[in-house]
Every structure is written in C-alpha cells, then in structure tokens.
Ligand binder design. Structure first.
Ligand code: ADP
Ligand code: MG
Length: 328
C-alpha cells in the first residue's frame, strides 16, 4: 500500500505538484492519467525515492520514503520514462548488473535472470546487445529489470510510449500478467491506454488530483452527462409548463425558430425521460418534430476535468503577473 500525503514539488518558481494526496491499495493496476506536464513523472520519481518533495510524505508498505528509504525502495520495481539501459551490454550482462545492484545473492542470480526473462519474453535475446534490440524488446528488458527481486509494487512510466501498435498490445498483455503477483502503477497521457489495462484511474492535472475512480465509474460519469435536443411545434408558455414537470432537467436552453421551439436540455443522471416527454407533449397536442440524445464520451469527461484545472492555473498565472506588475 502506498500513501501519498500533501506532496508539493517545486522546480524553481514552478509548482509541479500541488498538495497531491492519494492512496494505492494492494493489488490491481492503477493508472496515473494526465496531459503532458501534469506531474506524472515527478510523482513517480518521488514515490521511488529518486526525487525529494519539498513538502508532504510518502509511505510504501509502512516505510517512509525519506526516513526508511532502503526498505521503501526495496518494495518497488521502477521503469522510468527514460529506461536506464546500458546499450553496450548484452541483456544478460545488464540483468546481472541489476541483480548485483539489488543485492541478490550471487548463486541465485542465474535463476533470477531466468525467471524475469521468461516472464517478460526475452529469454531468446539474452545474449544480444541491448542496442540491437527493437524498441518493444528494449521495453521488455526495462520491465524485466523492474521485476528483479520480486518487489510487491511495479511502477511503469509511460510504458508503451513510442511503440508500434503490435508492440503496444504485447506490452499491455504483459502488464496485465504482472497483476497476479504485483500491484502495478503505470502512467499515460492517453485515456484509451489506461482504460484498457487499469482497474483504477487517477487523473492528474497541474500537479493536482482531479479524479480517482474505477474505469467503470469514470465511464458512468460520462454516461451520466447527457444532452437532449428537441424541436417542439408549439407555444413557449405551454412548452415551459410541460418541462416544469421533469425534475431531471438541470438546465434548459430555448430558442424560437421558424419551425418550432428548439430546446437543449441538460439532464441529470438517472431515468431516461424521453418516452415520458413524448407522451406529455402529445397530451398537450404539441408535436415533437425532432429529438436526439448526446452522450459525453469518456474522452470529453477527461478533457472537462483537466480543462477546469488549466483555466484555474491561467487565472493564477494572471494574478501572479498582475502582482509582479504591481510590485515593480
Ligand atoms: P508529466 O510526466 O506528467 O509529463 P512531469 O512530472 O515530467 O510531467 O513535469 C511536471 C512539470 O514540471 C512540467 O511543467 C515540467 O516542465 C516541469 N519539470 C519537470 N522536471 C523538471 C526539471 N527537472 N526542472 C524544471 N522543471 C521540470
Ligand atoms: Mg512524464
């Protein structure tokens, strides 16, 4: 289990993480989702002890990353955004090197290399130089080194970036297999990527957590947001009277056109009111000429969530600029 509390990370005057708080339970695949620059790599570098936060705490299975660094680090296998692969080594030499770094008993190293190579499908390329491997295989080697010493948590920073579609499918399958023995945290700026493999999604924007939920529930969030468009032939007052009967209508925009009244209704989650609307308008002898429902996609929900944050920062930036201007 990882507990992240109130993390703040500043690079100079730029705040990359702004009081970020979340918890990762044992088991499952977690996705850190956010646009480029959101703070995903910074977060991962802090969780793995590669970077120090300015404020806040991280505990990994009860070990504080600052006070108990060695123990906390031993719980985690990490594939950074730029995998630290030594291109002039063979795959075996490199994995031996990582085994030594992780203090695996010398006699057990061959077995450990065999185990991680088989798991990641690189047993056939063990004697090849890393520089000669395809990007997909290099990524497998990167994952293999993270698996050495069987840490309980595996953290992968943008594990499929730069891969071709077939390699992406293979790496995704591999990540799904890791779930049986490890808690996996991966990052991505692509929504379809995290919804394809993750059980739980954490959306980060401008160093803040804007949503944390199952892929399923986030999907429901998008289903819940819908817009009903209608064109009704009739009188404005009568139309308003009909609409007043429906609690699910949160917002209503009305426009009188030549063929009738055009309505745009924002609906709350719950019952589909289209049939009831149809019969109510029919009772009033107000024919519905058109009716269509629009669902927001998960992509739109993501853009919505991260856009609000972007707007906020813009405003903040403006205030800062204004303050600076006032000071000078
Ligand atoms: P992500 O991985 O989500 O794309 P990062 O964590 O890499 O985001 O970066 C978060 C923000 O911090 C970005 O605005 C980035 O430009 C900035 N940043 C990251 N690393 C550094 C650094 N070493 N020095 C200065 N700014 C940095
Ligand atoms: Mg990154």
């Amino acid at each position: 289990m990882i507990e992240v509390k109130d993390l703040v990370k500043r690079y100079g005057t730029h705040t990359a993480l702004d009081h970020l708080t979340f918890t990762i339970e044992d088991g499952g695949i977690y996705g850190l989702l956010g646009p480029n620059g959101a703070g995903k790599s910074t977060t991962m570098n802090i969780l793995t002890g590669y970077l120090c936060a300015n404020e806040g705490t991280v505990t990994v299975n009860g070990h504080d990353i600052l006070k108990d660094t060695e123990k906390a680090k031993a719980e985690i296998g990490y594939l950074p955004e730029m995998p630290p692969l030594y291109e002039d080594m063979t795959v075996r030499e490199y994995l031996e090197f990582v085994c030594e770094l992780k203090k695996i008993n010398g006699a057990k190293i061959p077995d450990e290399i065999k185990r991680v190579s088989e798991k990641t499908g690189i047993a056939d390329v063990e004697e090849r130089l890393i520089r000669n491997l395809s990007k997909g295989y290099k990524q497998r080697v990167g994952i293999a080194q993270a698996l050495i010493a069987s840490p309980s948590i595996i953290i992968l920073d943008e594990p499929t970036v730069g891969l071709d579609p077939l390699q992406i499918i293979e790496i995704r399958d591999l990540i799904r297999e890791l779930k049986s023995e490890h808690t996996v945290i991966l990052s991505s700026h692509i929504l379809s990527e995290v919804s394809a493999v993750c059980d739980e999604i954490l959306i980060i924007s401008n160093g803040r957590l804007v949503a944390k939920d199952s892929a399923e529930n986030l999907g429901r969030l998008s289903e819940g947001k819908h817009l009903l468009r209608l064109c009704v032939k009739g009188d404005r007052k009568q139309t308003e009277a009909v609409l007043a009967d429906f609690d699910q209508i949160q917002e209503c925009r009305m426009e009188e056109g030549s063929e009738g009244i055009r309505l745009e209704l924002s609906l709350s989650e719950g019952k589909d009111i289209r049939e009831d609307l149809f019969y109510r308008f029919a009772d009033e002898h107000l024919p519905i000429l058109e009716m269509s429902m629009e669902h927001a996609s998960l992509e739109e929900v993501f853009i919505d969530l991260t856009k609000d944050e972007a707007d906020n920062t813009e405003n903040q930036d403006n205030t800062e600029n204004e303050q600076e201007a006032a000071e000078s």
